[in-house]
Ligand binder design. Structure first.
Ligand code: SF4
Ligand code: SF4
Length: 328
């Protein structure tokens, strides 16, 4: 495994370092790691100790990311690191985001070879938090783009501006978790910051990346009408054409609340559809077709991760001629 110097840090007195990759700005003592557990102070230098250490490797349907408007129906090699800079108590992947798990080293060249097999269109960096796997994701993304393959990120969006701007020219699509419209929720529940996440979303839009957003709907935490109206306003202000996934929560990790009810999920979808063109319930099988926002023509029929294209991969709506917002 290579000893890769981390980017975005400064040296402090007494061999301490300060990491500037994400807004947590960890001050790290020698021999210790940052909150994400992927960057370690080794004798006064910050080393990307998570570099290439993959916690999982699988071919997934694009719909599982979830991305519904980017390469619909296509498989993509998916991988992620053993760490995260958030501490969401409802994390569905907590065994690999919050606990030390088995990893194996996969070099960027090896990942590139794997990404070009089995019909995969590229690599999705996902499962935990890819942005704090920065050096590896950056090196792989450059190679993938040189070979004409796709780069996808599924992320909490919690990264500082400069590294985001360095990486995003090599990224094709992102699904960013927008966990709540409440700054308190981000601070108290996830140990993050809403404004930093919103800045990342806006930078991704600026770089012309296909951006989709996902909100996990947690009973009594972020599911009131006001919560929903606020989050929908935030998304609509960025763009009403951003596909917005509202996912059912299921108890996991430290949260034992019962799952989101179907009636709450449907209410949330209905509220969001008042202002957004593409709203999809997640972790739920119905009501997920992609329709032309102007005339309602079905463009993609979905059942779970399976899709049908009643009119093929059209560039324009066959009924009204509107350009479709889908990258095939
Ligand atoms: S990237 Fe990791 S080490 Fe750096 S500031 Fe964020 S949590 Fe801390
Ligand atoms: S950001 Fe995602 S991976 Fe990280 S703790 Fe939260 S839910 Fe888990």
């Amino acid at each position: 495994m290579p000893n890769i110097q981390a980017k975005y840090y400064e040296k402090l007195p007494n061999k301490r370092v300060k990491c500037h990759l994400c807004p947590l700005e960890c001050g790290i003592d020698p021999g210790k790691s940052g909150i994400c557990r992927l960057r370690t102070n080794i004798d006064g230098e910050l080393i990307a100790t998570g570099y290439g250490q993959v916690v999982s490797l699988a071919i997934d349907p694009m719909e599982k990311k979830p991305l519904y408007h980017f390469r619909p129906g296509k498989p993509i090699l998916s991988t992620g690191p053993n760490g995260c800079n958030f501490k969401c108590p409802f994390c569905q992947n907590w065994t690999i985001s919050q606990e030390k798990s088995h990893t194996e080293y996969v070099s960027p060249e090896q990942l590139l070879t794997l990404a070009d097999r089995n019909g995969s269109v590229g690599v999705a960096f996902t499962y935990t938090e890819p942005l704090v796997w920065f050096e590896y994701v950056y090196d792989c993304s450059r190679l993938l783009k040189e070979k004409g393959l796709d780069v996808v990120l599924v992320s909490n969006g919690f990264i500082n501006e400069e590294p985001a701007r360095e990486l995003f020219p090599f990224v094709d699509a992102v699904d960013i978790d927008l966990k709540s419209a409440s700054k308190d929720f981000y601070r108290k529940v996830c140990r993050g910051n809403l404004d930093d996440v919103l800045r990342t979303i806006k930078i991704a839009v600026e770089y012309d990346i296909e951006v989709e957003l996902t909100n996990l709907l947690i009973p009594d935490e972020n599911d009131s009408d006001v919560d929903l109206e606020n989050i929908v306003d935030i998304v609509a202000d960025i763009s009403p054409l951003i596909p917005f996934h509202i996912s059912r929560y299921f108890p996991n990790y430290k949260y034992t609340k019962p799952p989101t009810s179907i009636s709450t999920l449907n209410r949330a979808v209905e509220i969001a559809r008042r202002k957004l063109a593409y709203v999809y319930p997640g972790n739920y099988i119905d009501n997920s077709d992609t329709k032309c926002p102007d005339c309602g023509q079905i463009l993609i029929k979905r059942e779970g991760y399976h899709i049908d294209l009643p009119n093929g991969a059209v560039e324009q709506c066959p009924r009204c001629g509107r350009e479709v917002d889908i990258i095939w």
